[in-house]
Design a protein around this ligand. Structure first.
Ligand SMILES: [Zn+2]
Length: 239
């Protein structure tokens, strides 16, 4: 029953035109939206309404949650799933937003974002905006954290989201492992397009590779074609 009511509510949310102020927010903070074709843009607009209505946005560290904050973060999340479906985030319930990098007792250094197994993403607002407004620098905090959420949706942070077909898992695992080993081995080609942080573990590798796929697709295709192909088969071709 829950699924039925949720589907009906989502249809209603998608059917309503998005608030007029949203397109201005997107133009300012999410330039990737301008590159979408009409069908993808319509799907994105619906995804944003579902995401904004369903997720709990929680302010931390003196942050104020405005429409701009919600719509911008929703856009970062929706960017990954334009061709996958916003239901990939169904297990995500809360997004905690700090104004800028924050610290934890017991953790080293300042933190820009986190994704937790219990359905919570934590983001530094200034890092979200900087990442989205520079769509070609290969670094995007929100894309990184939402990639972790996609990875986690099938049960664990292991660098493998739920793929589209059973036959995709073996080539995915082979290519990811080989590419991960190359980055750990400080391969010069791969280090030009993937941040060293991706060598931390398989989950970070997938999140860092996702940043490169969305932000520097041409570089990634040239320097790591098989890795690019696997990511494209999962995310499906982007504009
Ligand atoms: Zn990470």
């Amino acid at each position: 029953m829950f699924g039925f009511f949720r589907r009906r509510r989502r249809r209603r949310l998608r059917a309503a035109p998005p608030p007029a102020t949203w397109s201005e927010i997107l133009a300012r903070n999410a330039p990737f939206v301008a590159g979408l074709d009409a069908a993808d843009r319509a799907r994105l607009d619906g995804d944003l309404q579902v995401f904004v209505a369903e997720k709990h946005f929680i302010a931390a560290g003196g942050m104020a949650i405005t429409d701009e904050v919600k719509v911008t973060i929703a856009a970062a999340a929706a960017r990954l799933v334009v061709h996958l479906g916003i239901e990939r985030y169904d297990d995500l319930t809360e997004i905690i937003v700090y104004p800028s990098a924050y610290r934890h007792a017991g953790a080293d250094g300042a933190i820009l974002g986190e994704a937790h197994a219990w359905g919570v993403v934590v983001l530094a607002w200034d890092a979200v905006v900087a990442g989205l407004r520079n769509p070609r620098d290969g670094h995007d905090t929100a894309v990184h954290e939402f990639a972790h959420v996609l990875d986690r949706a099938d049960g664990s942070f292991d660098g493998a989201p739920e793929l589209h077909a059973g036959a995709h898992y073996r080539p995915w695992a082979t290519v990811m492992q080989r590419s991960f080993d190359r980055l750990r081995g400080r391969d010069a080609q791969l280090r030009k397009v993937l941040r060293d942080y991706g060598a931390t573990n398989e989950a970070e590798f997938f999140a860092v590779a996702t940043e490169a796929y969305f932000e520097r697709p041409d570089d990634l295709r040239r320097r790591a074609p098989s890795l690019f192909d696997e990511l494209e088969r999962f995310y499906r071709p982007q504009p």
